[in-house]
Design a binder for this molecule. Sequence first.
Ligand SMILES: Cc1cc2nc3c(=O)[nH]c(=O)nc-3n(C[C@H](O)[C@H](O)[C@H](O)COP(=O)(O)OP(=O)(O)OC[C@H]3O[C@@H](n4cnc5c(N)ncnc54)[C@H](O)[C@@H]3O)c2cc1C
Ligand code: SF4
Length: 207
Amino acid sequence: MYEDKTSKVYAAYAKDELLRLSSSSGGVFSLLAEQILSQGGVVYGVALSSDCKSAEFIRVDQLRELFKLRGSKYLQAETGGTYDQVRADLEAGLKVLFSGVGCQINGLKLFLQRNYDNLFCVDVICHGVPSPVLWRKYVEHMQKQNEARLVLVNFRCKDKSWQDFGMKELDENKKEVYISKDADPFMQMFLRNYSLRPSCYECTAKK
Ligand SMILES: Cc1cc2nc3c(=O)[nH]c(=O)nc-3n(C[C@H](O)[C@H](O)[C@H](O)COP(=O)(O)OP(=O)(O)OC[C@H]3O[C@@H](n4cnc5c(N)ncnc54)[C@H](O)[C@@H]3O)c2cc1C
Ligand code: SF4
């Protein structure tokens, strides 16, 4: 039987249209992160690595760095030594916003083994995450095809429309490529659930 443990539900989106366009959904993540930063806190979330071949958790303590966390990167992110860093910030009394998919939030809570009043967790809605190896191979393929290194990727570019979104890639020669989600092989594999991790089919974070 379904048991509703939710105490309150709110729906919201950012009023700033530019912020919504540069976010994957309604931009609420950025609004929450701005609040924490304005109070001298720190924000943890997922950024693309500088070579674009992987996604990783990073710590942001400046508003001007927040853009790195904005937008979904549709591949499994490496947590690295982040949980240790989060604990150190919490013990130092800083307000910490930690954002990621549900299993990463659960992992952090298991790691910490206690509650902190200064910890704010934001888990994004997640139906599953693609293999990071597949993403690396996709980047290598694109780089070979274009004979240039990728320097920036927007997985959910809405320049055409919100419905007809696509992948926007910028290379080292400042050449921009837009590939509709219907034509991009990586997005097709993600959206059709061909490339999700086996663990996502036994996800306990959503139970
Ligand atoms: C793997 C994945 C699966 C998703 N599946 C769904 C879905 O099934 N249905 C749906 O409605 N939305 C899905 N989303 C979109 C996600 O729920 C929205 O990004 C979220 O609603 C936040 O939107 P925003 O506009 O507030 O912030 P945005 O600025 O778009 O998102 C930024 C946030 O996403 C986090 N993030 C980005 N990439 C990753 C990553 N690889 N791993 C963990 N966290 C990441 C950042 O840390 C930050 O908290 C998925 C996102 C990801 C990364
Ligand atoms: S295990 Fe669950 S929360 Fe984690 S990536 Fe897979 S579907 Fe998302």
